[in-house]
Structures are given as structure tokens and as C-alpha cells.
Design a protein around this ligand. Structure first.
Ligand SMILES: C[S@@+](CC[C@H](N)C(=O)[O-])C[C@H]1O[C@@H](n2cnc3c(N)ncnc32)[C@H](O)[C@@H]1O
Length: 228
């Protein structure tokens, strides 16, 4: 039977708010990626089915859209990708569906890890999802994606710089526009000269900041250069 928005079959029970939000969720298309709720018709070229359950990550939130645009520009084919704060797994699964060489996804919330695994399986891709603390991860990764609150960026910045491969790209999203300078400064400080601000993109009050590490960029095919 096809998945239903009224009769979820995911790995954990849904609270009332998570059940109620389901009838309002809609597909999103960002570059090559089409992210659709698992009970809707597929859209886009790389078609990714997501049931967010009780997690963040249905694909349409501006902070997620900004990262999907970066992922589309970067081109994850054959690259190693780290999805920090994976929520539903939407970013890591999109990377895997686009042919990433490997994807590691972490979240402090065990429910997020359960739904990430569930969604990865539903899309027929494999990734390594866990609640491993970022501080315990080994790397490096050619692309690090972090759609988290500014306070979490402050907590994780040094480790995310460490985990970004030389020549790789780090994308910091989840940043309200008015806090973008603050987050840029903390990553540049954490990078201690190794991290170069590449560009920042804004959408609907949110900002994503892209940085490259070391000499050459890790393969980004575009994006407007701008202030850090
Ligand atoms: C805004 S959601 C992003 C979900 C999804 N990646 C997306 O882009 O739609 C942020 C996620 O970060 C997780 N998180 C918060 N602090 C974290 C930390 N220190 N380490 C890993 N994940 C964290 C939260 O549990 C939440 O699932």
C-alpha cells in the first residue's frame, strides 16, 4: 500500500503536531533535487522521497533549500559528504541519490537518526547515520553540510573545520540573516587562516555561508562570490 499522510508507518510514534503538519507538506524542487513527502507524487530530476515524521527536514524550509542549492552547485558525485544535524536525513539522502561516494549523517536526536535510516532505505541508498558526537568523528570530508542554529555552529565550528578536507567545502546554514556576520566571524576564527569565505546566499530571511578550506576549492561549480 502507498504511504499515507494519515497513516504513517515510520520507525517512531508521531506526536499530534507532527501528524497535523503532514497535510500541509508539499514537494520542493531545488536545482536537480526534487524532495516530495512520501505520500505525494515525485518531482524533479533527482527524486527524493522523505517522510519527516517528528523531525525537521521536509525539504521546503528556506534553510534546507539553501543547502540543497549548494549541494546542487557543488556536485556531490563521488565525494565524501558529512550531514551534521541530519533531521529527517534529507540533505544526506539527496547527496547519496546524486551519487556521493559516501555519506555520514549525525544528529543528537535518536529519533532523527531512526527516521534518517528509514528514509534512506525508502530511497534505496545507504548512509552511515548515528548519534555520534561531532567531536568524535574522523574525517576528512570533501563536503560538510550543517543546517543548525547559530548556537550549534558556535559549539561545533572548530570540529567542522577540522572535518573539512583540504580543498573541501563547508556550508553553514540555519543562520538568520541578522546573525550571518557573527557566524562568519566565528568560522573564520575557528579556521585560523585555513578557511576562506567563498560566498553567502540568502532566502526568506535565512542565510547559508559557504567556505573553502586550504588552497584549491573542492569542486564547487558556481555560486556568487561575496563578502564572508
Ligand atoms: C534545522 S534541523 C536540520 C535538519 C535537516 N538537516 C535539514 O536541513 O532540513 C537541525 C538538526 O540539528 C540537530 N542538532 C542540534 N544540535 C546538534 C549537535 N550538536 N550535533 C548534531 N546535531 C545537532 C537537531 O536535532 C536537528 O535535527
Amino acid at each position: 500500500m502507498a504511504p499515507s499522510h494519515t497513516d504513517p508507518t515510520g520507525p517512531t510514534e508521531l506526536p499530534d503536531w507532527a501528524l497535523a503538519q503532514r497535510e500541509h507538506l508539499e514537494p520542493a524542487i531545488v536545482g536537480r533535487f526534487g524532495v516530495h513527502p512520501s505520500w505525494c507524487r515525485p518531482v524533479g530530476r533527482v527524486q527524493v522521497s522523505i517522510d519527516p515524521g517528528p523531525t525537521f527536514g521536509h525539504g521546503s524550509h528556506p534553510s534546507t533549500v539553501l543547502v540543497l542549492a549548494e549541494l546542487d552547485q557543488f556536485g556531490p558525485e563521488g565525494r565524501s559528504v558529512l550531514d551534521v544535524g541530519c533531521g529527517s536525513g534529507v540533505l544526506g539522502i539527496c547527496a547519496a541519490m546524486a551519487g556521493a561516494g559516501s555519506v555520514v549523517a549525525v544528529d543528537v536526536d535518536p529519533d532523527a537518526v531512526a527516521w534518517t535510516r528509514f528514509n534512506a532505505e525508502a530511497n534505496g541508498v545507504s548512509l552511515d547515520a548515528s548519534t555520534a558526537p561531532v567531536a568524535d568523528l574522523g574525517g576528512p570530508f570533501e563536503l560538510v553540510l550543517a543546517n543548525v542554529l547559530p548556537s550549534v555552529h558556535a559549539e561545533l565550528a572548530a570540529d567542522l573545520v577540522r572535518l573539512t578536507a583540504d580543498g573541501g567545502t563547508l556550508v553553514a546554514s540555519g543562520v538568520p540573516e541578522e546573525r550571518a556576520d557573527e557566524v562568519a566571524v566565528l568560522y573564520v576564527a575557528a579556521g585560523a587562516g585555513e578557511l576562506v569565505p567563498e560566498h553567502r546566499n540568502r532566502f526568506d530571511g535565512w542565510t547559508a555561508l559557504a567556505f573553502s578550506k586550504g588552497g584549491s576549492k573542492g569542486g564547487s561549480k558556481g555560486g556568487s562570490k561575496g563578502s564572508p
